[in-house]
Design a binder for this molecule. Sequence first.
Ligand SMILES: C[S@@+](CC[C@H](N)C(=O)[O-])C[C@H]1O[C@@H](n2cnc3c(N)ncnc32)[C@H](O)[C@@H]1O
Length: 221
Amino acid sequence: MTALLDRVDAAYGDLPYMKRTQANRLRELILNNNARNILELGFFHGKSSAYIASVLEERGDGHLTTVDLGSARDRSPNINGILSDLGLSHRVTPIFAHRSYTWELQKMLRARPRPVVDLCYLDGGHTWDVSALGVFLVDRLLRPGGILVLDDLDWSIATSPALQKSPQKLSHYSDDEKTAKPIRILWEDVLPDMGYDHFAIHPNLGWAIARKRGTSKQESQ
Ligand SMILES: C[S@@+](CC[C@H](N)C(=O)[O-])C[C@H]1O[C@@H](n2cnc3c(N)ncnc32)[C@H](O)[C@@H]1O
């Protein structure tokens, strides 16, 4: 039953960024792996958050915590407007970070009880410092058997339109860091070293999916 995903498309189909093909795959991952506590890093307008919340609503349980910058409040429409319009606000806690989700993750790590995450969708801040610290911090929150979905596998500074417009920011990076693909490095070399399996890769979606080793109730691709 994907009627709730259809409602997101009907109202916000043209909005960036998440595509319906990605939402369908995420739905499959959430349902097949019984993911109840979901974390998203980077929500922009909140379209992906609305898709995730629709899946949770369809199943009748689960919650999404999602983090972006304070500037996301000024987007039109913004996440609060979209969720309220779709009747999904009760499924989502949006966090507007002052500087970065890495600092918000610090707060989650130190909270007692510490949140336990079943599935994390990482879709924001693709430079090395942000994404690598993000992955290490998320690892401390993810349960054994938990799923980490990485978007923008082939993102690089050299191909980022936003960074190309900012010569001042570009000048901070060496040539090899500019052409490197931080998310791919995390996927290929760092996550296996941290005890993650390569669960699935979807070049057509720009996604790589890693699974934290360890026992869990139920996993399936
Ligand atoms: C591609 S957009 C997210 C799109 C959204 N997941 C979707 O599919 O609809 C990336 C978002 O990450 C946010 N972002 C980038 N770096 C961040 C950081 N360090 N902390 C919090 N948010 C960040 C940006 O503000 C932007 O809104």
